[in-house]
Design a protein around this ligand. Sequence first.
Ligand code: NAD
Ligand code: WQD
Length: 382
Amino acid sequence: MAVGTVLITGGTGYIGSFTSLALLQHGYKVVIVDSLYNSSKVSLDRIELLCGKRPEFHQVDITDEEGLNKVFAAHEDIDSVIHFAALKVCVLGHPRHASAHENTGCWRIRRDPLEYYRVNVGGTITLLRCMQKHNVHNIVFSSSATVYGDATRVPNMIPIPEHCPIGPTNPYGRTKSTIELIITDFIDAERNNAKKANKPFEQWNGALLRYFNPAGSHPSGIMGEDPLGVPFNLLPLLGQVATGQREKLLVFGEDYSSRDGTAIRDYIHVVDLAKGHLAALNHLRDAKPGVRAWNLGSGRGCTVFEMINAFSKVVGRPLKYEVVGRRAGDVLDLTANPARANEELGWKTELTLEDACEDLWRWVSNNPKGYRQEPPKELLEA
Ligand code: NAD
Ligand code: WQD
């Protein structure tokens, strides 16, 4: 029998697919809801190839209350939700918007913040209403280190602890910090309502997982990040330079006060990140902590130049780059203090930056078209 049934919104996406795999491998039953806005159903095949089990899948938009209610009604055993579905930061050029906008290198979020609020914030409210209606009490939410903004504005906040003041520097980050508040208010209210009705209140719990920079792919080389539009993040872009799909990487600024002038991030292997969700879910179910935030990061900072060097080493040749000006909204340093997650969730990163680079290279060099091609036979047979 399954140890529990988890609804995963956004479960065919990058982090969602790795988390679905981790949950299935640990005996959970997984029900995915995804609109396929930025993902494909092929990720379900890869999950099945890797663990022999296939998640249930429903193509539903999280802003569609009726559709979402039907999924909860069809799976009365759902006891928890992991909520990934969101519009994440991307540059204009996503195929769903290509007709409206050419890729100008601008962030879509800066042109279209209302759409981000509609989907991210509105979709979360719809999801919480459905959870309330169907008595599903645990939610693990994909937040982001981006909610901290420029942590160097406050003395002694690097590496960043969870009590660092929130201060996102872009509308995407503000959708995430707003959702954190909504989940906190919602669960507080449900706990109070339950108390007043003399019902068990401890059952309502929420984990706000603040991811630092997810990186890497599955070590098998058959599952990885496959964004439908123009990638926004450093590693997928470096992957495109390495496979010749992009001429060079643009380095956004070398005038930061870091050891080499480029900005510092805490890159976390997506397999470790997926395990963090499992740890958080188990903690909610066992310890019933109410709502709590946890940083999911390694605690090690890496500059852009260090990342280019690490990936070039794995690829075996130098990768072309050009230094340009800073990107609007970027900050100097986002390095996690992961002590709270280490102690309370019993979770820590196990894989290194080199592992992330090697796994990414295995993925992009063998699958230059991502999920739009069959993986090489030797990888399937390995
Ligand atoms: P992703 O785009 O690969 O996954 C998001 C999934 O949500 C996709 O499968 C997409 O199709 C789905 N989705 C989007 N809108 C939807 C809607 N209205 N209804 C149903 N499904 C919808 O992104 P990811 O990198 O896997 O990110 C997952 C979550 O983690 C997101 O909430 C993101 O904001 C957050 N996050 C990501 C990063 C990162 O760098 N990747 C960092 C911090 C936080
Ligand atoms: C890392 C470093 C860039 C691309 C963003 C979002 C955040 C989050 C994850 C998701 C930075 C530099 C990058 C390039 C570069 N959530 N860089 N050239 O900015 O830390 O976080 O993605 O949806 O909310 O803000 O990650 O990978 O984009 O950048 O020099 O072409 O690499 O300036 O210092 P970031 P990133």
